[in-house]
Ligand binder design. Sequence first.
Ligand code: NDP
Length: 460
Amino acid sequence: MSDYDVDLFVIGGGSGGVRAARMAAQHGARVMLAEEYRVGGTCVIRGCVPKKLLVYASRFRAEFEDAAGFGWAVPHSSFDWPRLIANKDREIARLEAAYTATLENAGVAVVKSRAVLADAHTVQLANGKRLRAAYVLVATGGTPSYGDRIPGIEHAISSNEAFRLPALPPRVVIQGGSYIAVEFAGIFAGLGAQVTLVYRGENILRGFDDDVRHHVRTDMEKHGIRVITGCTVAAIERHDKHLSARLSGGNHIPADCVMFAIGRRPNAAGIGLEEAGVEIGKDGGIVVDAYSRTSVANIYAVGDVTNRVNLTPVAIREGAAFADTVFGGKPTAVDHGDVPTAVFSDPEIGCVGLTEAQARARLEQTDIYRVMFKPLKATLSGRDTTVLLKLVVDGATDRMVGCHMVGEGAAEMAQLAAVAVKMGAGKADFDATMALHPTTAEELVTMRQKTASYVRAAAE
Ligand code: NDP
């Protein structure tokens, strides 16, 4: 590898790139990483981490309301958006510095520059400097998509801008019905905005279990979020300082902020990939094999730019597996099965494994165990909310194939349920586990009665 300036050049300093660079360096490789924006990438700078901080902020409203039932008299509360954003920015800056320090301590050279491929082994920086690399890892992530250009789209923001709005917009219209749309609907509503969610399909959260979708939508509406389905934002008009979202059905919704959260596209264009011979898929993502290798032998790609499972922990695993494969002498393919996921909406979703619909399509027999109950805390707070817990079991083998939860702590529960599902635990293992009382999670091990059992109809 001595003919090269570096053994590995990583393009992109997000979750996947940082992990890969650090581990490759620890395996003894000479590594350089280029990041054109801020080290930490989407997750740390304008994704998961700041989002979760905003979610925490948004939940205080309900906590203050709930406190009365527990004897507290909470004086009039007020919320200061600029203070929240400033505090959030300080924490993000701290994390960014920590990520950079971790890389540098591992011996990775970090350059703050855009980097593009000049050929399969040559990377060019913004200042024109070229470096020869034995291996290149593309970890450039994704970018919010705005879909087809509608009139007035320049007035819309994406999640990127939502993190640095100068003030909390009093009225927000959000287009989209998945992770980002639903999470920001909860954030803005919790902080005091009037929120309308506009979704093109029949019900939000397509791909999640149908009971979860129904439950979350009902609760969101109970908490004051207006959900309009079966239409899209067709145009955005500006009237002086205010906006108006014109829906495909013709209605106008007045707004101070229109946010689009309709998916993200991989950052695979304009960085010399196609010129270097790297195959790009129809979805715009880099095509890779199980080891994250592209169609060019020395070029690999991890994370959202490959459009596999677009979640931070997955990108981190892919980055680590890449480093072990190429520099650690241990070929490692990432298992993308049974990845737990959470939506930090209000109410929160946590799930892992097959939905009921997926199980019924794949398995001979699917058993469903489902409970809905008022959480203990709601008895004194008087909050109108219920928890949903649902287990999807392979009726032929007793194996737990899916677990879906809505309510406080759902994400934390999903992480642990994922261990059981990944291990191949059976319903009997859940039944044999002693309950931990009084918790929400105890219901996972006390569900004895099947709610439903479905046998797949024989193929015609
Ligand atoms: P998703 O790709 O998850 O969903 C896109 C949403 O927008 C869907 O509801 C989709 O509808 C709708 N949509 C797509 N195109 C259009 C269009 N042209 N007009 C109207 N609606 C449209 O995108 P998100 O932006 O919510 O999230 C992006 C990624 O970020 C996801 O892959 C997710 O994994 C990740 N993420 C994860 C989080 C977490 O783990 N908690 C949090 C935030 C993001 P339809 O259902 O009909 O296709």
